[in-house]
Design a protein around this ligand. Structure first.
Ligand SMILES: [Zn+2]
Length: 140
């Protein structure tokens, strides 16, 4: 255990307090924002690698959600193992800001045909979510 802790410390800036984000010092994917770790010719996600080194294997099919929303953070205390469906649900509701939801709700009055799809493209969410917001099923 001591050994893996030393390996991790060289790759991570653990911040000033125990609750700080652990900033990954290795390479970070430009497209996803996640830290990357090369191991035995494979590219691993840095937060998954650190989590498994410190806390043990992540069960198959489960993904790791960043509670702190800092994608290159690898602090295991900021990570939570969730299933894929839960992770999608969370990212949908965190993708929009309160201001955007207000704009979407405002667009409901006098909306034209195709307005839902247009807003979905504008905000990068599904048109089903736009309709859920209009119908009060999401973001009440
Ligand atoms: Zn964090």
């Amino acid at each position: 255990m001591h050994k893996s802790g030393d390996v991790i410390r060289q790759l991570v800036d653990i911040g000033e307090t125990p609750n700080s984000c652990w900033h990954w010092l290795g390479s970070v994917s430009k497209t996803t924002g996640y830290g990357k770790k090369q191991l035995n010719g494979k590219t691993l996600l840095a937060h998954r690698w650190v989590y498994e080194m410190l806390l043990g294997p992540i069960p198959g099919g489960l993904v790791i959600d960043h509670k702190c929303k800092t994608r290159h953070c690898v602090n295991p205390h900021h990570l939570e193992v969730v299933d894929q469906a839960e992770n999608c649900r969370r990212s949908v509701t965190t993708k929009l800001t309160a201001e955007q939801v207000i704009e979407i709700k405002a667009a409901k009055d006098g909306k034209k045909w195709g307005e839902g799809a247009r807003l979905a493209r504008k905000y990068g969410v599904s048109s089903a979510l736009i309709h859920d917001i209009w119908n009060g099923r999401a973001w009440k």
